[in-house]
Design a protein around this ligand. Structure first.
Ligand code: BG6
Length: 480
């Protein structure tokens, strides 16, 4: 772990991510007593701000419902300070280092954690300047970087090649914040800590796996960024694929970061590239009642954009465990719900004694309201032999009502402080995931005659989605 007197620097401190996620997570860790003793937090960005403005900005997303928390916030803010400077010139980084050294005082070894909450076009110059100007002569440093890690295999490798001669893989922490979510961290425990799940976790018993991401809002002015990426790059190639690997990977030799990530890479390498036949894309239109705008109505979206805001992609894994089982990734903006879940649908029981008995399903609800539940058949109690579908239900709010579920960013920043890479993306993992997606993404970019199907804002997605899913054997009526 980082020793006492370490320094955490948030680059991009005036931005949205810093305000909404990074600083609130740091404050959370402070409140749990999990930051290194006597740590100092320094913000760095281009914007000129005085101390009061900076503190107001970074605390704007922090809630202080009690007096104790209000006092803690004051203590926390007292540990923070701000330096402004450019991202591509030595000068700013030199004054940053001076400031850091003043805070460190006369210590022998200096430890610094740089959190880059930055737009991708300045990743490389900032990483270079940090190494050149802010890397301690004795002690050590780590950098946390945020997606997007390129927009295809070639650009991701370019970023890699620029970073790697200056920062070692051991010093780099690539965040995919889905890996910090409580239910995602639970997947390996569920699978490998419960014999009865493990035994049925293969092509003999599983009919399909569906990983769904639904947001009930559109781009809302963020269309300029979104349009360059689209839903597939924004949440599927990273967040949903990470969930898929956790569901599909083989048992790691141990829970060490390298053993886990070795298995993740192995399963990704067993996945063929995406076949356009197995994809549906959509873009949201006005809501049926006309009150919600279409994607094209967003002033920040280029006119006539073909950018998908919805996609369903069926993927396969060519190994003994999964060959032939469809893994359906489904994601969309401006849909009918806010929900992220994994649905493992088991095969029909052997027919003969039952007529039309529904399949078992195991559902992991990642958000909101974390839950694990199994849809199962049982005899309806009473003087009848009727069966009924019921749920073995582990809803966290009920079962663990006195335990707080941490924010993904709290969990991940703590891991980075502790030097634990298990929940961060390794370079070869990133490469393997881009390999699966890149040919299809290029195919979409190049074929201008492919246009996404329209779906109304607030709906379940394009109208033919259910038929598409059914063609992969997915039985929707099982939902209940
Ligand atoms: C981000 C995407 O990575 O993840 C956003 O850029 C998306 O478009 C967000 O809204 C979803 O994260 P969460 O934690 O709210 O599910």
């Amino acid at each position: 772990p980082l020793p006492p007197n370490s320094i955490i620097v948030v680059l991009g401190a005036s931005g949205d991510l810093a305000k909404k996620k990074t600083y609130p997570a740091l404050f959370g860790l402070y409140r749990y007593g999990l930051l290194p003793k006597n740590v100092k937090i320094v913000g760095y960005a281009r914007t000129k701000m005085d101390d009061a403005d900076y503190k107001k900005r970074i605390s704007s997303y922090m809630k202080t419902p009690t007096e104790t928390i209000e006092t803690q916030l004051k203590e926390f803010l007292a540990m923070t300070s701000y330096v402004s400077g450019q991202y591509d010139q030595d000068e700013g980084f030199i004054s940053l280092t001076k400031h850091i050294e003043e805070l460190e005082g006369d210590v022998e070894e200096r430890y610094r954690l740089f959190y880059m909450a930055l737009p991708p076009n300045v990743f490389i110059p900032v990483a270079q300047h940090l190494k050149k100007n802010c890397y301690p002569k004795s002690g050590g440093a780590r950098i946390i970087i945020e997606k997007p890690f390129g927009h295809d295999l070639a650009s991701s490798r370019e970023l890699q090649t620029a970073l790697q001669p200056i920062w070692t893989e051991d010093e780099i922490f690539r965040i995919d914040h889905y890996l910090g979510k409580e239910m995602v961290k639970n997947i390996l425990i569920l699978r490998f800590g419960n014999e009865f799940f493990g035994a049925a976790w293969n092509k003999n018993h599983v009919s399909s796996v569906q990983i769904t991401f639904k947001e009930p809002f559109g781009t809302e002015g963020r269309g300029g960024y979104f349009d360059q990426f689209g839903i597939i790059r924004d949440v599927m190639q990273n967040h949903l694929l990470q969930v898929l690997t956790m569901i599909a990977m083989e048992r790691p030799v141990s829970f060490s970061a390298e053993d886990i990530r070795d298995e993740k890479v192995r399963v990704l390498r067993a996945m063929p590239i995406i076949d356009p036949k197995n994809v549906v894309i959509g873009q949201y239109d006005k809501s049926l009642d006309g009150t919600k705008p279409s994607y094209q109505d967003d002033a920040t979206v280029p006119k006539g954009s073909r950018c998908p805001t919805f996609a369903a992609i069926v993927m396969y894994i060519k190994n003994d465990r999964w060959d032939g089982v469809p893994f359906i990734l489904k994601a969309g903006k401006a849909l009918d719900a806010a929900k992220v879940e994994v649905r493992v649908q088991f095969k029909d029981v052997t027919s003969g004694i039952f007529k039309d008995i529904p399949r078992n399903e195991l559902v992991l609800r990642i958000q909101p309201d974390e839950a694990v539940y199994v849809k199962m058949n049982t005899k309806l109690p009473g003087l009848t032999m009727k069966t009924s579908v019921t749920e073995l239900d582990l809803t966290y709010k009920r079962r663990f009502s006195d335990l707080k579920i941490p924010e993904a960013y709290e969990a991940l920043i703590l891991d980075a402080i502790n030097g634990d890479h298990s929940n961060f993306v390794r370079d070869d993992e990133l490469d393997a995931s881009w390999k699966i997606f890149t040919p299809f993404l290029h195919y979409l970019d190049e074929n201008t005659d492919i246009v996404p199907a329209k779906y109304p804002y607030g709906s379940r997605g394009p109208a033919f989605l259910d038929d598409f899913l059914a063609s992969y054997g997915y039985a929707r009526e099982q939902h209940g």
